[in-house]
Design a protein. Structure first.
Length: 300
């Protein structure tokens, strides 16, 4: 369900989750880089780079979310919500670059193998990192479900890939204790490919948002159901929907009895708008009143 909480609660949730993401990512990136410096593991380097990029992406998200929460002004009548999608696009570009870097480093390690060092300490750090990342992902997904934030969904996807890279790094370090060092480089490549897939997924979703894709069919049907539930509404046509950051935009023509006065038609439109606002808090609803059957007459 779209926008199930108030704008004020949504803003608080988004600020908290972005702050938590920055704190977790920066701490993990530093810890992983330190143990990579001692161990030389490619899989650990891949995980460290992933966390470093997560830190950059989360900082970008924090700025984008705060900008998206700004109210509409004279120069941005539809608000600033698309800054979330632009942040997601920047994240996709960062992830793609990191995937290429990891592949190059892994290929170099395959051509010039060397044993890993400080395996036990590296394993301990990675286990703690995995637990912290899992907690953050659970938190982000709950917030994304409540708020519908594109930026938080994209950020959560980063940390899901981080979980995969953490697991691969643990496996690689475990194998290294038995002398299977080449597995480390191959797992680094696998992490890079999984990260690239995540970047493509984010890019595809962001593209649809920037292109003003319609809301899902079930959401459109819910809008129709709410509008048509009003006893004085005769029909509805020309429904248009889209998302812009935190805001759901809904536009349609409401078909009413032609004998109604302008005052009554306006009252009905306001009542339908309030009903939609209860279901989609903070939605931008634009309703045009038409005489009944006008939509069919125009072939709409």
């Amino acid at each position: 369900m779209e926008n199930v909480i108030s704008n004020e609660r949504r803003a608080r949730s988004l600020r908290r989750v972005t702050n938590a993401a920055v704190a977790v990512a920066s701490t993990l990136a530093l810890a992983k880089l330190l143990v990579w410096w001692r161990s030389g593991s490619v899989a650990l380097l891949a995980s460290a780079v992933d966390s470093a990029l997560d830190t950059s992406a989360s900082l970008l998200n924090a700025l984008a979310v705060r900008y998206a929460l700004k109210p509409a002004d004279d120069d941005h009548r539809f608000g600033h919500g698309k800054s979330e999608a632009l942040a997601g696009l920047a994240q996709a570009a960062l992830i793609t670059g990191s995937a290429g870097f990891i592949v190059v480093h892994a290929l170099d390690r395959l051509l010039h193998p060397r044993p890993l060092q400080s395996v036990a300490a590296s394993l301990a750090v990675m286990v703690v990192a995995t637990g912290a990342t899992l907690g953050l992902v659970i938190y982000q997904r709950k917030v994304a479900q409540r708020t519908g934030s594109t930026a938080i969904k994209a950020d959560a996807l980063h940390y899901v890939s981080d979980l995969a890279s953490n697991t691969a790094a643990i496996l690689a370090l475990g194998c290294a204790r038995f002398g299977w060092t080449q597995i480390d480089a191959w797992l680094g490549i696998a992490i890079a490919l999984a990260t690239l897939y995540g970047a493509l997924s984010i890019g595809r979703e962001v593209f649809q948002i920037l292109m003003d894709r319609e809301l899902p069919v079930d959401v459109q049907e819910r809008i129709r159901t709410i509008a048509l539930a009003h006893a004085e509404v005769r029909g509805l046509h020309a429904l248009r929907t889209r998302r812009s950051g935190p805001t759901t935009l809904i536009q349609f023509h409401l078909e009413l009895d032609p004998a109604l006065s302008l005052v009554d038609a306006n009252r009905i439109a306001h009542e339908v708008s309030r009903a939609l606002d209860r279901e989609f808090p903070g939605a931008d609803v634009l309703i045009h009143q038409d005489p009944w059957n006008a939509g069919q007459a125009r072939g709409a």
